[in-house]
Design a binder for this molecule. Structure first.
Ligand code: URA
Length: 204
């Protein structure tokens, strides 16, 4: 049931022309994972690899996110759901060279797809990765540094904002304080979902 509804929505998104990103994209990156997922990750928008493959979080940032999900949380990537606010790759001057965050016009055009995905999946927990998805979903101007690690709410669904994996990579990557912060946030998520973490990391 959820799978069919998501597939129907994907077919609409796949031919979307609601914003200028549709003129430069290679593929629409709708999102992927378990339609029955208890946990939904929301990123910003596709990068180069995602635009080429049509799959979310498969580039450098995706490798880190996948490691966190599979090696640390101990669940398969296919058991959770991974999506973005922007379904098409936003780049500076639409040159398809340097990635950028989606602008307000793009978020306004594209966010109904994300909201519908949330409505269909009805996850128990949403993890927002970085500023754009956090600010959008929580309807706030507060930044991620202030909001991360604290439970918030979207229509009765628990939301845990944390840093975007690209930000982790830019700020020391593996074993950096920023990654420890992300792991601390994900531990709270697992506690809420009654999931046992696979690795006991005593980062403080
Ligand atoms: N960054 C994102 O926010 N989303 C992706 O899918 C890839 C990189």
């Amino acid at each position: 049931m959820k799978a069919e509804k998501l597939e129907e929505l994907k077919q609409i998104a796949d031919v979307c022309t609601k914003c200028k990103l549709s003129t430069t994209r290679t593929k629409v990156v709708f999102g992927e994972g378990n339609p029955e997922a208890e946990l939904l990750f929301i990123g910003e928008g596709p990068g180069r690899q995602e635009d080429i493959t049509g799959r979310p979080f498969v580039g450098k940032a995706g490798e880190l996110l996948t490691r966190l999900i599979e090696k640390a949380m101990g669940v398969s990537r296919s058991n959770v759901y991974i999506a973005n606010i922007a379904k098409c790759r936003p780049t500076e001057d639409l040159k398809m060279e340097k990635d950028r965050a989606p602008d307000l016009e793009e978020v306004t055009a594209c966010s109904p797809y994300l909201l519908k995905q949330i409505e269909i999946i009805q996850p128990k927990v949403i993890v927002t990765l970085g500023n754009p998805s956090t600010k959008f979903l929580l309807n706030t101007q507060d930044g991620i540094t202030k909001l991360r690690g604290k439970w918030a709410d979207y229509k009765g669904i628990a939301v845990m904002p944390t840093y975007h994996p690209s930000y982790v990579i830019r700020n020391g990557g593996e074993n950096s304080q920023v990654q420890k912060d992300v792991w601390a946030d994900l531990l709270k998520v697992m506690e809420k979902l009654n999931w046992e973490p696979k690795v006991k990391i005593k980062w403080k």
